[in-house]
Design a protein around this ligand. Structure first.
Ligand code: BGC
Ligand code: BGC
Length: 591
């Protein structure tokens, strides 16, 4: 192990409390710098939507630095690791560049692009003092009803492996201890993308204001956090493959999955965590639990902590009740249920990663880097990524590309002019949110910007265009979007196009000679019945803040090059897709 001398020296000086502090990760809303000092907290996280009261660069720098300075004031001055989910850019920070979600990057098939996105994301994170990203998700999603499908690059392990590993290389740069490098996390180990519909037991309290319904204000997940029912050979071939690539790429952290394998929780899985990952694959970094993942191991919290830590979890994402975790773990060690050697191994792994990341030399952010956030260069990169992610599914009579001299273009759909819908979940808020939630360019403003006569663009979000009377325009563009969601809140039994989107298509159809539909979604949706009404259909996934990337391709400044990284089913019976079925558009399809 790297830094073995320094680690042993520290371990020899550390009390049990100090060691347990290193194994404890707390959500920033449950914490103050004083508590960091008192409990020697080793890691702090911002969960989804975990921005400071003032969501600005300065607000972030202050929040992160205040915690870090507290850690540095402890007896041994071990710096803490601040972690966030920067899953498509530094997405909780207002003004950060938001890149397409991974499903879109999967469609680009462009490793070099994904590398550069990793670099840019690392720069924006490092500017705020954050050196740990809970990304990439290297899941291999097998069922489109899963609310996390868009977090995965592809339904196929080879592409999930390639792009996930490349993204980790991008985040971590040439040297992990470079001030502009951040740690990646390979998640969620193992089989998160393979869970069976109907096996989730998760009942999640609906966050205030979120547009979801459930009995007693609780939302029932259906597949997210469920049970992956496959044999070991399938588990390995489909779901383990990306981890092998991630470790080769230098991944230092692996996050355990909420899900189970054949009824056995991953957070309690000694064989998969310790024997396969740390043993067979030689993983030298540390395993972090998922959000309160340990609590799910047993109704008896003491038992849950003992089982999970002994199974191989090194750091607990607690995230709230740190006193309970700390006292439980302490008691378990004192009673001999967890050995001191096991604790030293976990703490040694965590310290080793902190050393490798250069945290001891440079714990605090350098104000010089503040100018790296939201730059024109990063926006240009995101725009390029959007353009490359678009998949052309239908293009009758070469409707696309459109001519910039089209006299009148009708644009319909709320999603045409909505940054929040373009970005999807994990953007400013955990579940995302419609509206102007962060600066960016909408598709509508992108269209207007590219045309010599922007007045020719008529926008009616409801697609009625009453002012036009009986007139027929040459081109109509309907932009449809899934409402934003994250995790199990996106589990959906029925992926058919919702009635309001069907209505929008029906309204716009008679008003234009050629109808173009742009779909913003975290996964393929069922639109077989609408297809005959549409002249051109573009899958734009969840493109992020740079909507101009859509217009670059729509008007022919750049070609369509994206390819489907998931099968596009004809109907719900084709989900999950099994061999022998004939999808509407197969994996790899793209005009
Ligand atoms: C947090 C997310 C977290 C989720 C737990 C939310 O309240 O903001 O970061 O992923 O809970 O599943
Ligand atoms: C999610 C993880 C995420 C964590 C912290 C959990 O709910 O499953 O992917 O990293 O929250 O936000």
């Amino acid at each position: 192990m790297a830094y073995i001398g320094k680690i042993n020296e520290l371990l020899a000086r550390m009390t049990l409390e100090e060691k347990i502090g290193q194994m404890t990760q707390v959500e920033k809303n449950s914490l103050t710098p004083e508590i960091v000092k008192r409990f020697f907290i080793g890691s702090v996280l911002s969960g989804g939507g975990g921005y400071p009261i003032e969501n600005t660069l300065q607000g972030w720098v202050k929040m992160v630095s205040d915690f870090q300075e507290a850690a540095l004031q402890t007896r041994l001055g071990i710096p803490l690791l601040y972690g966030v989910d920067a899953v498509h850019g530094h997405n909780n920070l207002s003004g950060a560049v938001i890149f397409p979600h991974n499903i879109g990057l999967g469609a680009t098939r462009d490793e070099e692009l994904v590398y550069r996105i990793g670099r840019a994301t690392a720069e924006e994170m490092a500017a705020t003092g954050v050196h740990w990203n809970f990304a990439p998700t290297i899941a291999v999603p097998q069922d489109l009803r899963w609310g996390r499908t868009y977090e995965g690059y592809a339904q196929n392990p080879q592409w999930a492996a390639k792009l996930g590993a490349t993204y980790i290389r991008g985040l971590q740069g040439d040297r992990l201890d470079d001030p502009l490098s951040v740690l990646g996390t390979a998640k969620h180990y193992l089989g998160d993308g393979g869970t069976t519909w109907g096996t989730s037991r998760m009942l999640f309290p609906i966050p205030p204001g979120a547009p979801f319904e459930g009995e007693n204000n609780v939302f029932a997940f259906t597949i997210d956090q469920g049970d992956t029912r496959v044999d070991e050979a399938t588990l390995r071939a489909t779901h383990l493959t990306p981890y092998i690539a991630a470790i080769q790429a230098g991944a230092q952290v692996v996050m355990a999955s909420f899900s189970s394998w054949n009824g056995h929780k991953l957070h309690a899985h000694h064989y998969l965590l310790s024997e396969v990952l740390k043993g067979e694959l030689g993983f030298e970094g540390f395993i972090v639990s998922d959000w309160a993942g340990i609590d799910q191991v047993s109704p008896d919290y003491h038992q849950a902590v003992v089982t999970s830590i002994n199974a191989g979890v090194d750091m607990a994402m607690v995230p709230h009740d740190y006193e309970r975790f700390i006292s439980t773990l302490k008691q378990a060690v004192e009673q001999g249920e967890i050995s001191p050697a096991h604790i030293d191994d976990a703490v040694g792994r965590i310290l080793s990663v902190k050393f490798k990341a250069g945290l001891f030399e440079r714990p605090l952010p350098d104000p010089e880097y503040l100018s790296l956030v939201g730059t024109a260069q990063h926006r240009q990169l995101a725009r390029e990524a959007v353009a490359k992610s678009l998949v052309l599914l239908k293009n009758d009579e070469q409707t696309l590309p459109l001519s910039k001299n089209t006299p009148t273009i009708l644009v319909a759909g709320r999603a045409a002019d909505d940054i929040g819908l373009q970005c999807g979940g994990w953007t400013i808020e955990w579940l995302g949110k419609p509206g102007p939630i962060t600066p960016g360019t909408t598709i509508l403003s992108g269209i207007r910007a590219v045309l010599p006569h922007p007045d020719g663009v008529i926008y009616d979000q409801n697609g009625l265009f009453k002012q036009l009377g009986d007139q027929e325009a040459e081109i109509g563009i309907a932009v449809l979007a899934e409402m934003p969601y994250a995790e199990g809140f996106g589990d959906r039994a029925d992926l058919t196009l919702p009635p309001e989107d069907v209505l929008l298509i029906q309204r716009l159809r008679p008003r234009c000679r050629r109808l173009v539909v742009i779909l913003l979604s975290g996964r393929p949706l069922i639109l077989t019945d609408q297809l005959p009404l549409v002249d051109a259909l573009v899958a734009a996934w969840l493109p992020g803040t740079e909507g101009q990337g859509v217009t670059d391709v729509l008007f022919g400044d750049l070609p369509f090059t994206g390819k489907l990284s998931y099968n596009w089913p004809r109907n719900m019976q084709q989900i999950p897709l099994q061999g022998g079925m004939d999808p509407l558009f197969p994996f790899g399809y793209g005009g």
